[in-house]
Design a protein around this ligand. Structure first.
Ligand SMILES: [Cu+2]
Length: 156
């Protein structure tokens, strides 16, 4: 009986150690997100979520289509949901050269470049300004795309 109890304690300790060792790796992966756009003006995800423990988040956008950026470019832009249309309108005037994001637009929390078919781009940003449980959205600011290309970004 004594031996069994010792074995159980040992197994429990090993289990706790394994959890401690694997936790940081899992958390780091949870802070890296991928999203793909296509020639049909769609993202492959309607929602992205990261835990509030992520101090930094990296989002990579892939374009799985064939069309060039000038015709069917996509980016990934993070905003507070209440700022979405203001950012869309500012981006429309900004043009492709500035990725359809208004210059020094403080409402834009993070954004990638516009990518065309076969291209990818990543952005890494601090979550210091984000509130856990806040209402955030991501969208593509290529003119006309946000109606289809938008989703909810959940933090925490
Ligand atoms: Cu787009």
């Amino acid at each position: 009986m004594k031996l069994i109890r010792h074995t159980l304690v040992a197994v429990a300790l090993l289990g706790a150690q394994a959890m401690l060792l694997s936790a940081p790796a899992a958390a780091a992966d949870a802070c890296k997100l991928e999203i793909t756009g296509n020639d049909q003006m769609q993202y492959d995800k309607k929602e992205l979520a990261v835990p509030a423990t992520c101090k930094e988040v990296t989002v990579t956008i892939h374009h799985a289509g064939q069309l060039p950026a000038a015709a069917m470019g996509h980016n990934w832009v993070l905003v507070a949901t209440s700022d979405l249309m203001t950012v869309v309108n500012a981006g429309m005037g900004a043009g492709l050269a500035t990725n359809y994001v208004g210059a020094a637009d403080k409402r834009v929390i993070a954004h990638t470049k516009i990518v065309g078919g076969g291209q990818s781009d990543s952005v890494t940003f601090s979550t210091a300004a984000l509130k856990a449980g806040g209402d955030y959205s991501y969208l593509c600011t290529f003119p006309g795309h946000n109606a289809l290309m938008r989703g909810k970004f959940k933090f925490g």
